[in-house]
Ligand binder design. Sequence first.
Ligand code: FES
Ligand code: FES
Length: 159
Amino acid sequence: MKINYTTVNGKKIRLKKQDLQRKLIDWLREDLDLTGTKNGCGIGVCGTCTVLLNRQPVRSCITKVEKIIDKEILTIEGLAYPDGSLHPLQQAFIDAGAIQCGFCTPGMILTAHAFLLHNKKINRDNIRKALAANICRCTGYQQIIDAVMLAAKSYSRSK
Ligand code: FES
Ligand code: FES
């Protein structure tokens, strides 16, 4: 019998056959206790449940566990440094006042992280487009875009 593995936040994990058809969000939250990933709409519309699959955003509420075999998942818990200090993007969200109720924030930060990893042309319009599918009902997005602009400097330094 083939044994399947995945990597979550840098840690290799063996997948059980009975988990392969479960929703990724349920498996992350219930089995791995990674409750930073939030369930908003549950039907792939709001972006709240976004995690990165091989450094690209996916909606974990409509992704089955079988899709992550031999791949790498990053959740919000994996973004901070091992010593517990915040990633510059997380710090920028705090500094720019971009966190309000915080429910959408993990998905917003991970979508922004993928954008900053893969794009060299960073401006407010591009950030707005990248985050268009992440819905936040509390704020006007202004501070969120400010935060991503602020963090962009630390990404360009590390390229
Ligand atoms: S909870 Fe997954 S897209 Fe809304
Ligand atoms: S801060 Fe995003 S939904 Fe409230």
